[in-house]
Design a protein around this ligand. Structure first.
Ligand SMILES: C[S@@+](CC[C@H](N)C(=O)[O-])C[C@H]1O[C@@H](n2cnc3c(N)ncnc32)[C@H](O)[C@@H]1O
Length: 536
């Protein structure tokens, strides 16, 4: 396999200047640049997830992982070799000889040209640091999830890298069904159809790692709390627990703005985890998590207090929690019209119109089906199709509407049953109408926000928002102290119906903390601060 001409040109010129001697530390930047030149040649980086890691990020992660001089280091989606380059430098600084450093590197990638770029990069590094052209023997071409050589399994001391992010909900990155079947057979119960490819690489990393090994791979932050990756996280926690979490944020990759993290897996020495922020350079220490609850660590970095609320009885015992289906959206799309104040037709509710305790119809503009509306209402025809009539009958009842991309729960009580929700709003329909205000109090409580924040941190569009799913909401434990819950319901209704002062919110928060047996000033003030940000 030959190098692309652009890379070959840069590599030749670098080789000449290294051979001429006297080159300093700036060579590293030029070596890493070879990967960036290759990146520019790839016209569609999305379909195989080929977004190469900036060298400074690879270097930082290698530092965080801590590599010993003799460690075998593997990058299972090696790309142009940035992580192996950083590992080689790290070992060199510990005094390891160049030939044995190169011999201890392992890399595989599905793209043969990019593997050649990695080989050239590492050989040039060897030339610079060791003054001779040395072979790089363990860089191979193949599908890492299926073609790893047997003798790599269980033998790698460090597995580090940035696997392809291939979400399964988008057609351009979804695997074809035949490959899905092969992977299902390969990964067994840990595989789910919607599992992002990068999580399969993390499973592979654990298999490659020796018992005292370390695995650190960059992944989309959403995998810390997503349902499709839960089984994989649980399996990993059982084998090689989450020790630390490196949080890269959204600015790591220039071509792909996605929130990223790198779980650092290794046998723990203590029950503490570190959460390290790349952007703020802040690190916090928190209690270790178990059973795949990795989003708790992200939540801790975002300042969400840990709450331990539990009750056999959950929201689903007293209400149905539903997301709306696409057909309802398309049906609505043709019937939503602008209206005047006082219009009695059902009002359209969108996520943008819901704030905590508030429905801002007529106060703020909202978008629906690519149009802007001030006061959207729904013009219902005489005889809607039976499926839609059923949907209308189910929705035009007293209910709670919950927004889905939020920092704290944003919930509004449609006690007259006059609003029609548009996806992705969630509807919580109480089994008994009289429970509406109690359920509003539970959902709007500080404890509910913190509980949801801990299980779903990282799943939202930004690091600090969560995507609330119907199934999560259904599992929300209900308060355990009835008298406090009664008072909370009374206050929730008051906040909902009147303009109240801050003391009422404080009292609501306090009393609902008591209702949940979770009294905590930290929890109360965190929630109030978030509420204020929303109301500002
Ligand atoms: C996000 S890039 C990262 C490359 C490199 N680790 C880095 O950080 O710069 C992912 C790489 O995975 C490769 N890749 C995609 N699917 C693969 C597979 N099934 N097996 C091995 N490599 C794969 C792509 O060719 C690409 O080079």
């Amino acid at each position: 396999m030959t190098l692309p001409s652009t890379v070959a040109l840069a590599a030749n010129s670098l080789a000449k200047s290294i051979e001429a001697g006297g080159r300093g530390e700036e060579v590293i930047v030029e070596l890493a640049e070879l990967g960036q030149i290759r990146q520019k040649d790839l016209d569609d980086h999305r379909t195989n997830g080929a977004v190469f890691t900036p060298y400074s990020v690879a270097e930082e992660l290698v530092q965080q992982v801590g590599i010993d001089a003799q460690d075998i280091v593997c990058d299972p989606s090696v790309g142009p070799g940035g992580f192996l380059l950083a590992a080689a430098e790290h070992k060199f600084r510990q005094g390891e000889a160049v030939p044995s450093i190169l011999e201890a590197l392992r890399g595989i990638d599905i793209d043969p040209v990019t593997v050649e770029v990695a080989r050239t990069t590492l050989q040039l590094w060897g030339l610079w640091r060791g003054h001779e052209w040395l072979p790089v023997n363990h860089l191979i071409v193949g599908d890492a999830l299926l073609d790893i050589p047997d003798d790599w399994f269980g033998r790698c001391d460090v597995v580090v890298g940035n696997p392809p992010f291939l979400g399964q909900l988008k057609s351009d990155t979804a695997r074809d069904p035949a490959r899905g079947e092969v992977l299902r057979e390969r990964f067994g119960a840990r595989y789910t159809a919607y599992l992002d490819e990068s999580m399969l690489f993390l499973l592979l990393g654990v298999e490659l790692s020796g018992e005292s090994g370390t695995v650190a791979l960059i992944l989309p932050a959403s995998l810390m709390g997503s349902e499709s990756s839960r089984l994989a996280r649980e399996w990993i926690d059982d084998k090689l627990p989450l020790k630390d979490l490196w949080v890269g944020g959204r600015s790591v990759f220039e071509v792909a703005a996605v929130e990223v993290v790198a779980p650092i897996l290794r046998e723990p020495q203590s029950r503490k985890c570190r959460v390290i922020s790349y952007e703020s350079k802040k690190a916090i220490e928190v209690s270790a998590v178990a059973d795949g609850q990795w989003s708790r660590l992200l939540a801790a970095l975002n300042g969400i207090p840990v709450v331990n609320i539990s009750n056999q009885s959950t929201l689903s015992d007293q209400a149905s929690v539903t997301a709306d289906f696409r057909d309802a959206y398309y049906w609505l799309a043709e019937r939503v019209i602008e209206s005047d104040r006082g219009d009695v037709r059902p009002k359209l509710a969108t996520v943008g119109l819901i704030d905590p305790f508030r429905f801002m119809h007529g106060e703020v503009q909202t978008r629906f089906a690519k149009q802007k509306f001030e006061r959207p209402v729904v013009e219902i025809e005489d005889n809607p199709p039976p499926k839609l009539q059923k949907w209308l009958d189910q929705r035009l009842v007293p209910k709670l509407l919950v927004a889905t991309q939020t920092r704290i729960v944003e919930c509004y009580a449609d006690f007259k049953g006059e609003l029609l929700p548009s996806t992705p709003l969630l509807s919580v329909i109480p089994a008994k109408e009289t429970h509406l205000w109690h359920l509003l109090a539970a959902l709007a409580s500080p404890a509910a926000s913190a509980w949801l924040g801990c299980i779903a941190a990282g799943t939202g569009l930004s690091q600090t928002t969560i995507r609330i799913r119907a199934s999560m909401l259904a599992d929300l434990p209900l308060p355990t102290s009835p008298p406090n819950w009664d008072e909370g319901a009374y206050l929730a209704r008051k906040i909902h119906e009147e303009t109240v002062d801050e003391q009422t919110y404080i009292r609501f928060g306090e009393v609902m903390n008591q209702a949940y047996n979770a009294s905590s000033d930290v929890l109360l003030w965190w929630w109030l601060e978030e509420l204020k940000k929303k109301q500002a």
